[in-house]
Design a protein around this ligand. Structure first.
Ligand SMILES: Nc1nc2c(ncn2[C@@H]2O[C@H](COP(=O)(O)OP(=O)(O)OP(=O)(O)O)[C@@H](O)[C@H]2O)c(=O)[nH]1
Length: 181
């Protein structure tokens, strides 16, 4: 049994799909407190901030703690979760017909081991169909996801090439974690 220190339904689904028993206790770390716009730095600082908050609250004596953060970078820009419809639309327009990378960092700590991993999955997308993009935006599925993208959903038909794990792009590099455990 592990403690998933995340509010993310996607991370919970990934653990469930891989048959890992967990309790889910997300934190309230304020990512807006992070000043850097460097995607990798931002992702690590956010992950560490989430870890420190939840390690202080729960420790790891009763079960290991797993936290993670994901950001998207496209054309050198840092894309987090979209604030609103227009923000999501501009994120999608930037990534349409473009290369984009999802960076996921995770920290796993038990009584005797600690893993810190940062992985990147890079996609080349075809141009998003305008009507398809509008429907995706209106559906609201674009919210709560870094860069407003959903690689296993909306983006799937547009993937021209991919380098890295899909799980990394969804927010938790489960294959890396399992290889370590
Ligand atoms: N379903 C799906 N979710 C994605 C995808 N890319 C990123 N995400 C999610 O986008 C969110 C990125 O925001 P984070 O700040 O890392 O995590 P969060 O959802 O706020 O949850 P916390 O861990 O509590 O911070 C995570 O929930 C990721 O699982 C994707 O392609 N598909």
């Amino acid at each position: 049994m592990i403690r998933l220190g995340s509010n993310s339904p996607t991370r919970a689904k990934i653990l469930k799909d891989f048959g890992i028993d967990f309790v889910q206790n997300g934190g309230s770390f304020d990512e807006d407190s992070i000043t850097t716009q460097n995607p990798k730095e931002f992702c690590y600082i956010a992950t560490k901030g989430k870890f420190d908050e939840l390690f202080k609250q729960y420790g790891v004596d009763d079960m290991p703690l797993l936290v993670a953060d994901s950001v998207v970078t496209c054309d050198g820009k840092l894309l987090r979760k979209a604030k609103d419809y227009d923000d999501a639309k501009s994120m999608l327009k930037l990534q349409s017909g473009n290369k984009t990378s999802v960076i996921s960092c995770m920290i796993y700590k038990s009584k005797n081991i600690e893993l810190i991993d940062m992985s990147i999955t890079t996609y080349e997308f075809a141009k998003f169909d305008e009507l398809d993009m509008k429907n995706y935006l209106v559906s609201g599925e674009c919210f709560g996801k870094a860069g407003a993208i959903m690689v296993e959903g909306f983006c799937k038909p547009y993937i021209k090439s991919v380098k890295g794990y899909e799980s990394t792009a969804m927010g938790l590099s489960i294959e890396k974690l399992l290889a370590f455990l």
